[in-house]
Design a protein around this ligand. Structure first.
Ligand code: ZN
Length: 273
């Protein structure tokens, strides 16, 4: 049945004998020998690939934890609003929770639970609705803005490390600070710029944000928090005991324009929890 003895996932700490970590998707099977202490021939490329895999899956895992934590908090607020006789507020809050759940296909069962809660709240809202149609507003948007504001405030509480200008020329820049091994860091990247997309027949100018072009230690990471209106994105990285580097993968139309990357110590995830 089990293909090998239980091993610990190096990305999220899960213990089991699955070939792919069910918590974060790390390919445990591929590194089976190494993880069970069997001597393996490794080279720099192999080591870098492993580091990247760990980083990528750890980010996925944290992203999910942040999402789940936020969803649970929203569900609690919604239930409280219902108890206080505010079905409209409860409904809006459930919808925010649903929006977050839908962004992660692995949270399918939670989605059904929230949908049921929404139907319940809708039923309760019917009698209380009289005449309030006119004052309805895109509360979903306002709500998300609020969550996002909380998150940005939390980021500001993290210890500032360094701010770096990442030129749109594609030049690589390196931090002065060494990022401590296995410590979590939050990278806030701001700004956008335009580049000429040469792959298109009509050379079109495209605007890009950090989420599209920023390479952190030569790897493109998925942001854990995004604010596209403000062109602000937050990435989670794990220190490797070395300096961190940034560069952009597409070079700018105007070479004087740059992105700003700010390094903060710790993870916003720990503050939300
Ligand atoms: Zn894992």
């Amino acid at each position: 049945m089990s293909s090998f003895d239980p091993l610990q996932c190096p990305a999220c700490g899960y213990r089991g004998n699955e070939k792919t970590c069910p918590q974060c998707g790390f390919p445990i099977g591929r590194y089976q020998d190494f993880l069970s202490g069997v001597p393996v021939l490794t080279d720099e490329t192999w080591k870098r690939e492993l580091e990247e895999q760990i980083q990528r899956h750890r980010t996925t895992y944290h992203q999910r934890m942040i999402r789940e934590g936020t969803i649970q908090a929203l569900m609690q607020i919604a239930r409280r609003l219902e108890e206080q006789g505010n079905p409209t507020g409860a409904l809006e809050t459930y919808r925010q929770a649903l929006e977050l759940v839908q962004a992660d296909p692995s949270l399918g069962s939670l989605a059904r639970e929230i949908e049921a809660a929404i139907r319940d709240a809708q039923r309760r809202q019917e009698p209380a609705r009289q005449g309030t149609e006119a004052q309805r507003q895109p509360a979903n948007q306002a709500g998300l803005g609020e969550i996002s504001r909380d998150i940005w405030q939390n980021i500001a509480k993290l210890e500032f490390v360094e701010q770096l200008i990442v030129p749109s020329t594609g030049k690589k820049i390196e931090s002065k600070s060494i990022l401590e091994r296995n410590k979590e860091y939050t990278i806030v990247a701001r700004g956008s710029y335009e580049y000429v997309d040469k792959r298109r027949s009509l050379k079109s100018v495209r605007t890009v944000d950090a989420k599209d072009v920023l390479l952190i230690n030569d790897v493109k990471l998925e942001p854990i928090i995004s604010n596209p209106e403000r062109h602000e994105y937050v990435f989670l990285v794990i220190g490797t005991g070395e300096r961190i580097s940034f560069r952009v993968s597409k070079t700018g139309f105007d070479p004087t324009i740059s992105l700003l990357a700010e390094i903060r110590k710790g993870s916003v995830f720990n503050l939300i929890k």
